[in-house]
Design a protein around this ligand. Structure first.
Ligand code: 5GP
Ligand code: ZN
Length: 141
């Protein structure tokens, strides 16, 4: 699938969030990008940073949308450091790389000293109260 809108048959959950048709705990937004809390966080403050334009993977996007995404990553990595100085920045491209949502997104996963950051952990759903605390911590410029 190239850039643009997915077809009606391929309704995209992240396009819905980007267009404010579906709810999310949004912490940053500009014309081309939006950042919000992951609904099944690996760690507290796990963020997703996405382009508003639909594309399955980074290389599907026009270059100016890629650079807009990197600018927002710069902002959000700085803000993630409010939670923990260390974090993983990850992008999964394709099923074999673990991609589940086929709208390009970067994960920012704060790290608090887990023994093995890459181990599979059971993931609890994001709780409303903590999500609101995180939005307060991460929304302000
Ligand atoms: P992927 O494996 O595709 O790189 O990661 C997709 C991520 O999106 C997962 O971490 C998953 O928890 C998150 N996710 C899936 N659906 C939703 C949703 O509707 N809202 C939010 N906030 N996150 C979602
Ligand atoms: Zn999409």
């Amino acid at each position: 699938m190239g850039p643009g809108s997915p077809s009606a048959a391929e309704r995209c959950v992240f396009c819905d969030i980007a267009a404010h048709r579906s709810p999310a705990f949004v912490v940053f937004e500009d014309d081309q990008t939006i950042a919000f809390l992951d609904i099944f966080p690996f760690t507290r403050g796990h963020l997703l940073v996405i382009p508003k334009m639909h594309g399955a993977r980074l290389t599907d996007l026009p270059f100016d949308h890629q650079t807009a995404l990197v600018r927002t990553l710069d902002v959000m990595c700085h803000r993630a450091e409010r939670l923990a100085p260390d974090y993983n920045l990850a992008l999964n491209a394709g099923r074999n790389a673990g991609q589940i949502v086929f709208h390009v997104h970067f994960h920012i996963i704060p790290r608090y000293g887990e023994a093995n950051p890459f181990r599979a952990t059971s993931r609890e759903p994001l709780g409303d109260d903590d999500a609101q605390a995180l939005v307060r911590a991460l929304s302000a410029g």
